[in-house]
Design a protein around this ligand. Sequence first.
Ligand SMILES: CC(C)(COP(=O)(O)OP(=O)(O)OC[C@H]1O[C@@H](n2cnc3c(N)ncnc32)[C@H](O)[C@@H]1OP(=O)(O)O)[C@@H](O)C(=O)NCCC(=O)NCCS
Length: 149
Amino acid sequence: MSTLAAVGPGDIPVLAALHAESFPDEPWGEAAIAEILAMPGAFGFLADADAGAPAGFLLALDLGAECEVLALGVRPALRRRGLGRQLVAQVLAVAAGRAVHLEVAEDNAAALPLYLSAGFRVVGRRADYYRRRDGAAAAAVLLRHGAPA
Ligand SMILES: CC(C)(COP(=O)(O)OP(=O)(O)OC[C@H]1O[C@@H](n2cnc3c(N)ncnc32)[C@H](O)[C@@H]1OP(=O)(O)O)[C@@H](O)C(=O)NCCC(=O)NCCS
């Protein structure tokens, strides 16, 4: 288990670094992270590794009736230790029974089983939603936890 801390504006550099490690094809950068954190309802968490260094993050929006997960990532060297599952459990705790939704690439062999085992269910699919660096398109699966759409 890791300690989770709520993110704030002072975490923008570390969030950008973690995002770049998790999504090397499409790093959001500090400006984009700052815009997200400035959005009404934005919240998130940082997970610490054993040595206390940031190991993973989750960014989300509280939309009132429901929450949306915007991004989730764990440093590659620290995966498969339960940090992703812990971050997802925390956003479900904040949602407190409200629906939580997100989009994930259909071919994301790590995130899909994580979300499905956490109780998310597939509620839709968007073809050609993601465009990869090599130009290839990938579908997004829409997942929802909790109250029906
Ligand atoms: C998805 C991600 C956050 C998972 O983080 P993690 O800390 O490794 O996840 P956990 O250790 O909590 O794994 C929980 C469960 O998810 C599933 N899972 C995680 N990684 C997996 C993999 N590589 N292959 C298959 N299943 C996997 C397993 O069911 C796992 O449970 P188990 O270890 O008991 O088998 C991480 O792989 C990551 O940062 N990926 C790149 C960014 C990304 O794709 N983010 C999600 C986009 S929405």
